[in-house]
Ligand binder design. Structure first.
Ligand code: MRU
Length: 333
């Protein structure tokens, strides 16, 4: 990759402001908790694993700047971070892991606590990068030379601490010398597919074609798609998947057209406390992202808008889960 999505430098967090892509590659730097939380809320940093990593760094950085480290401070920082976005479980997983680490060392000196928290945040980041590599390798077993893959939203390097989840499979296939083609759904309303997936695949020399979301069905019917691969924000015990709004529609189309549908995810995206996808809290976004996305007003004043950021794809639509541990057969094999 010729960019770094997230980096810790000089006890500050550096991130790509993804709202500026693809026109500008702009890095932002901060050690201010509100600014880091705002970056997550505004989707400057986005994608389930990347949100978790950023939150872990934000917690360590904020504690390192505090005069007195105590339980109530850790709780306050953790609560504020967890309130930034509700759906991706990786955020909660990473913050809870940081709290657990703090509880293990809280009787040590303040310097030791800070060092331990930084080390844990770096470990979360490094482990995610390794999980991405493993996901890529396992997923590549499903893909043949000459295949065409459809993906939705961005589950790439911009969304993780490594080479991505869904896109890791694509990068790995390319490394293996497989000749593959990708269709990227543009992903209304925030265009993660058009702005981010198309950009990062193009940067990395992948043959990618951008399509509007409503083109996917026609391509499937024409036999032009061999596989669909998407990422995930939270996966329940029974295998239901929360992912970017529109994923469910793609999964239904894939089933109707007999095209295998894969979900790529690291272990940190499983929520073992939930059975059904109906229990997952779905974030709702501002109407303005629909009516005036990227500056141009495209709907009447005062129109009612409903804009869920994610949807649930029931396990019945999934052929394989591609995780860092290997391939798990879904209900729809
Ligand atoms: O709202 P976003 O851009 O954070 O949504 C991202 C997605 O839905 C991704 O598919 C998911 O987080 C997986 S990223 C590896």
């Amino acid at each position: 990759m010729n960019f770094k999505t997230l980096e810790l430098s000089d006890n500050k967090l550096i991130w790509i402001d993804q709202t500026r892509l693809p026109m500008e590659l702009v890095y932002k730097t901060s050690d201010n908790l509100d600014e880091m939380i705002n970056a997550i809320k505004q989707l400057e940093v986005r994608g389930a694993p990347a949100i978790g990593i950023a939150a872990a760094y934000a917690l360590a950085i904020t504690v390192s700047k505090s005069k007195k480290i105590k339980d109530s401070l850790i709780k306050k920082i953790a609560d504020e971070l967890k309130a930034s976005r509700p759906t991706a479980v990786n955020l909660f997983w990473a913050v809870d892991r940081m709290i657990e680490k703090y509880n293990n060392v809280k009787s040590a000196s303040e310097n030791e606590i800070v060092d331990t928290l930084f080390a844990e945040a770096i470990a979360i980041h490094d482990e995610d990068a390794k999980m991405c590599q493993a996901i890529g390798l396992h997923g590549s077993e499903l893909i043949n030379d000459g295949d065409t893959i459809l993906t939705h939203c961005n589950a790439g390097a911009l969304a993780t601490g490594g080479i991505g989840t869904a896109l890791a499979v694509i990068y790995t296939c390319k490394e293996q010398g497989k000749n593959i083609k990708v269709y990227a759904d543009e992903t209304r309303p925030l265009l993660q597919g058009a702005r981010l997936t198309a950009w990062e695949l193009q940067q990395n020399g992948i043959d990618v074609t951008l399509i509007t979301d409503n083109t996917a069905g026609m391509l499937m019917r024409q036999g032009k798609i061999n596989h669909v691969i998407v990422g995930a924000d939270r996966v329940t015990n029974r295998g239901d998947v929360a992912n970017k709004i529109g994923t469910y529609s793609v999964a239904v189309l894939a089933k109707e057209n007999n095209i295998p549908f894969y979900v790529a995810l690291p272990e940190s995206t499983y929520d073992r406390t939930l059975e059904s996808g109906d229990e997952i809290i779905i974030e709702e976004r501002s109407p303005l992202e629909v009516t005036k996305g990227f500056g141009n007003q495209t709907a009447p004043n005062d129109i009612k808008v409903y804009s869920p950021a994610f949807d649930i794809t029931p396990a019945e639509y999934i052929s394989y889960y591609i995780t860092d541990k290997g391939l798990t057969k879904g209900t729809r094999v």
